[in-house]
Design a protein around this ligand. Structure first.
Ligand SMILES: *Cc1c(COP(=O)(O)O)cnc(C)c1O
Length: 370
């Protein structure tokens, strides 16, 4: 089986993990935690960083840190992971969903302004798969209407929009370090900001809102701490970021070359006016006149021992949210169609030249390409 993802842990990961064991620093305290936070803040170019236990936890903290409240509205894409919406909903905040562009998979920034009401408090921009959101117009809209920006850069570590790094555009920006992300800590996340107050709130919320009077609390928080063990892996991963970016782009280019004559699929866009694809994953969509669904193609690839993943299930169609009476009137055709027509193929950092050729061969067979 060629798995859809397998991480590369060939640098100082083992050495730093041994240091954790040798020194006994295995909890949420320890030298690697602040070292990783400082390393990420420096690399991305932000003043403050707060590590935490996952990208999802980072989103939850961001929403609380920004003091979004029941009844507020947040504009966000439908084509994304449930992590972006669920904490809003359980907090009584209303996600207002917009559709994505069919080719870049990213939110249609031009639709944002049509959704603004007196209750709108923030825009959540989420960069998808390898290309960035068109950030500048989103920031202009936010400025004009006095809205906060939460930037979900989980899939974009190291990626740039107009030569500025993703992770620099939000009042709070977040990353995930899940094992399929560009750099990984197994599970993990990070919040970045330039605002001292937001940083202080993030660090407090991550750590149960302890005060200087230990065990006396003025607000409710979470135990979302990243362990020194996770951070040790993160520090080792960050040392290799330039190689990681190169490898991702190499994987993308190799697939582009192998699949360029396929008639039944659309390949990912190589670049836009504002960014060059970083191929977090390698997504393909089946052409409209091609009869099989993405699900059929994925099943047939599985028979040939090739791992795949479906695209995101549109947020406005999530059974749990519909059962709660949410999003029932939303019609967002691109997000809906992408789930039917899209899939991504193995693109983890441990992927070899030979494996890319095997995947391409298998894909050719399944798609009846000659
Ligand atoms: C992976 C991901 C997350 C969630 O991160 P976890 O660390 O898995 O909780 C959030 N948003 C996007 C866009 C992601 O790809």
């Amino acid at each position: 089986m060629i798995p859809v993802n397998s991480p590369l842990l060939e640098g100082n990961e083992k050495k730093y993990l041994n240091e954790c064991i040798d020194t006994g620093w295995i909890s949420g305290e320890g030298p690697f935690v602040s070292r990783f936070e400082e390393g990420v803040a420096n690399y991305i170019g932000r003043k403050y960083a707060t590590s935490c236990s996952s990208g999802t936890a980072a989103i939850n903290i961001a929403i609380k840190a920004l003091e979004l409240k029941e009844g507020d509205e947040v504009i966000m894409p439908s084509f994304t992971i449930i992590s972006c919406a669920q904490f809003l909903i359980t907090s009584g905040i209303k996600p207002v969903l917009i559709d994505c562009d069919y080719k870049t998979f990213n939110m249609k920034v031009s639709d944002i302004e049509t959704k603004i009401t007196s209750k709108t408090k923030a825009i959540m921009i989420v960069h998808i798969f390898g290309l960035t959101v068109d950030v500048d117009p989103a920031i202009n809209i936010a400025k004009k209407h006095n809205l906060k920006i939460i930037e979900d850069s989980a899939e974009m570590f190291g990626q740039e929009y107009k030569r500025n790094k993703c992770g620099t555009f939000g009042d709070i920006s977040i990353f995930s370090f899940y094992s399929n992300k560009h750099i990984t800590t197994g599970e993990g996340g990070m919040l970045l900001t330039d605002d001292k107050h937001l940083d202080k709130r993030s660090k407090s919320l991550r750590n149960l809102c302890f005060t200087s009077d230990r065990f006396v609390h003025n607000e409710l928080g979470y135990n979302y701490r990243m362990t020194n063990i996770q951070a040790a892996i993160g520090v080792a991963q960050l040392e290799k970021i330039e190689l990681i970016k190169k490898k991702k782009r190499w994987i993308g280019k190799k697939y582009n070359e192998m699949l360029k004559n396929f008639k039944n699929i659309n390949l990912p866009i190589i670049k836009t006016d504002y960014c060059e694809n970083i191929y977090w994953v390698y997504p393909i969509t089946l052409k409209d006149n091609y009869p099989k669904t993405a699900k059929q193609v994925m099943d047939e690839l599985k028979e040939l021992k090739i791992g795949t993943r479906p695209f995101f299930y549109p947020m406005h169609k999530q059974p749990i949210f519909n059962k709660m009476g949410l999003f029932l009137d939303d019609i967002l055709p691109n997000s809906e169609k992408l789930y039917q027509r899209g899939l991504y193929v193995p693109s983890g950092l441990a992927l070899t030249d030979n494996q890319i050729e095997q995947v391409s061969l298998a894909l050719g067979k399944v798609l009846n390409e000659t």
